[in-house]
Ligand binder design. Structure first.
Ligand SMILES: C[S@@+](CC[C@H](N)C(=O)[O-])C[C@H]1O[C@@H](n2cnc3c(N)ncnc32)[C@H](O)[C@@H]1O
Length: 308
């Protein structure tokens, strides 16, 4: 087989693998920016950022160090060069705020696109990145929860957002009994209703607009499993979650922010204390870091089984 001189000594099949690697592994935006921004700032270029959307239309959301702000348009250009589906690059302009957990975004460059359809694990999630919470980084966590759901279960998803947990469960376990999904942000609720239709799971997911404190009591004693994806304050709704479980008990998937030194003790203690009030015994069956939140602080999940 013909091979240039610098490949001599390398097996033809390995040359093929090498070429495939070069072609398939996407270039990093840092490589594009080399020579365009000061060398000492290259290390500040984020190694990862969110791309939300599809192969046809997506937006990128980056977190930039202040030192990179004078070069933000070059960063956006680099993202456009590496990710051809990205139509707009936004910069995180605040922390997530308020009850709806939405952050301010600044459009750095591109079209004024805010509504996209995100694809993950075979389902579609439509959303406006400026109006609702959504994190593409939590796709694996959604699958972890969905894969635990058994046929016939009634599942409550509190703090349901645009519906990704509910839809992930409905798609992974189509024999589920019913999924109740409660969300307080009217924009997120509107997208959740649309996403339920887009993914053809109207017969499985029952969306509810409102505050979990007020709406959850309608479902007391009915659920086998409660998902609580609100690390900022889910603990304030633990009594409602425990009361939603059937008389015999069930599962609580509880999300919390924890310090690195002791990731799971407090989360499990909070669930156990709520469980005890209703005479349940709590057993920690799963625990994991979901994502970093701040220096040495992580969003964690605990899977707790409550029994009599
Ligand atoms: C961290 S986001 C998670 C959203 C969604 N589960 C996801 O994973 O994309 C929390 C969501 O809870 C909603 N929320 C906050 N407090 C609520 C409450 N008391 N009742 C119902 N929803 C609430 C917010 O509007 C937000 O959409």
């Amino acid at each position: 087989m013909f091979a240039p001189k610098y490949f001599s000594g390398i097996e033809p099949k390995n040359i093929f693998c090498l070429l495939l690697f070069v072609l398939v592994v996407p270039m990093h935006i840092r490589d594009v920016l080399r020579g365009k921004i000061p060398e000492d700032l290259l290390r500040l270029v984020p190694s990862s950022f969110d791309i939300i959307g599809s192969r046809e239309k997506a937006v990128a959301i980056v977190e930039l160090d202040d030192a990179l702000l004078p070069y933000k348009e070059l960063v956006a250009d680099a993202i456009f060069e590496v990710h051809k589906n990205v139509r707009a690059v936004y910069r995180k302009a605040s922390e997530r705020k308020g009850e709806y957990r939405v952050r301010e975004l600044e459009l750095i460059k591109g079209e004024n696109v805010t509504e996209v359809i995100h694809m993950e694990h075979g389902y579609k999630i439509k959303l406006d990145v400026t109006k609702v919470y959504f994190s593409p980084r939590e796709a694996t966590e959604r699958q972890r929860i969905a894969s635990q759901v058994k046929p016939g279960e009634t599942v409550m998803v509190m703090f349901a957002g645009v519906g990704p947990f509910a839809i992930a469960i409905a798609k992974k376990q189509p024999a589920v009994g019913r999924i109740i999904a409660i969300e307080i942000n009217p924009d997120a609720y509107r997208y959740m209703v649309e996403n339920i239709k887009i993914n053809k799971v109207e017969h499985l997911v029952y969306p509810v607009l409102g505050d979990v404190k007020i709406e959850a009591p309608r479902f007391f004693n009915q659920c086998d499993r409660v998902v609580m994806p609100l690390p900022k304050g889910a603990y304030l709704f633990l009594d409602e979650a425990v009361n939603c479980l059937k008389e015999t008990g069930g599962w609580i998937h509880f999300y919390h922010w924890s310090r690195e030194e002791d990731l799971f003790t407090e989360a499990f203690r909070l669930v156990s204390e709520a469980a005890r009030k209703r005479g349940f015994t709590a057993e920690l069956r799963g625990a994991r870091k979901v994502s970093p939140y701040a220096p040495r602080i992580y969003k964690v999940a605990v899977d707790v089984l409550l029994t009599k």
